[in-house]
Ligand binder design. Sequence first.
Ligand SMILES: *Cc1c(COP(=O)(O)O)cnc(C)c1O
Length: 425
Amino acid sequence: MGSSFHERVLQASIESGRLGSDRPLAAFLDTHRVARTIDALKSAFPSHFEHMFAAKANTMRRALERVKSLGMGCEVASPGELEQALRCGFTPREIVFDEPAKTMSVLKKVQETGVNLNIDNFQEFSRVVKLRDAARRDADIGFRINPQVGAGKIGAMSTATQSSKFGVALEDDGNREEIIRLYRDNPWLNSLHTHVGSQGCSQELMVAGVRKVTALAEEINAALGRHQVGVIDIGGGLPVNFSSDEDKPTFAEYAQALEAEIPVLFSGKYRVKTEFGRSVMAKSGFIASRVEYTKVSGGRCIAISHAGAQVATRTIFMPEYWKIRISAFGPDGAAKSGEPVEQDIAGPLCFAGDMAGTGRQLPLIEPGDYVVLHDTGAYYFSNPFFYNALPAPAVYGAEPGQDGSMQLDCWRRQQSMDDMLAVIG
Ligand SMILES: *Cc1c(COP(=O)(O)O)cnc(C)c1O
């Protein structure tokens, strides 16, 4: 049997010293899989859809450059993400800016550079109006709407509840009328945006949110007697399957559900933008950590590795929602075989909850083995957390070369002690 992708990456990393006793932690992105995923996204939707990668899912320069080269735009939600997107070569027209707490200075920059803008609330709108004189006129600008369709499984990830902090609550008293009035009085408002939530939202909920915002666009255009709203930004939020290697749901399934319920989005009447993050990169990434020690405590087998909350923050703080697959490899990078034994996989941080997984059935892990945390290409190693002053690990783009060997391209060096301490302050 041939080696798996993970084995080949581990073997190449161990042989080249990128993983080992002094380099116990590293992260990898399967760049061919990212490309296949973006192809699947593009072919699921007609060509009047523009796909913006949600930069917060992986804000690394090389990740953004890669998605740009594969034909995506970029959705950014902070001054730092905006700067990174501009430095990565996205043109202002290829960027959409969403942030709940935009300062006057970032609004000025967004308008002067001509970056597309989703306005979160009426107070922000008055600031945007004040800055109109300096604005470039070719950007898409409009409101983010909270369609108030309800929550998915994860409260913290659900942005379309009755009282969500995001956008203008469409069903609250007077808001719908106020939106229509503002679009009538301000012909430069030409888009509408919604993002129902990330992970844990059902397809029905996402489609319901998009349907309401599309209906609002139709309502505004009908009320104004002109096709003023020409852009609908339907956000991201396609959930990722963390329980197997399968891509499920697929972009095609979501597109079919949208088309069945909201055919006008597929008619070409509107330019449509999407903002997928997790579903573009999660399944292409993994974290590998050397196991330092193993022990048995109170009858439980525990393997202590270097992958904890500094790289898998959500999984560790909310394990019930963010359980990820873990597998075990030997010191040479070959998948371990042997009778499965129930084991806990601990991280290195000094708090008891720092567990990447508990009660996992895996071949008995020994010191010097490696554990792999799967599906961590979005919102994991790209967003390190500096608890315990641990450095952010190296990240490599991994792809098989012409000669069949595994090419590991350094996307980010392991953070040096000085750089990490500079971040700590
Ligand atoms: C987080 C976010 C996204 C991306 O969500 P995913 O679940 O990663 O697809 C898109 N748009 C907005 C406004 C967001 O906040």
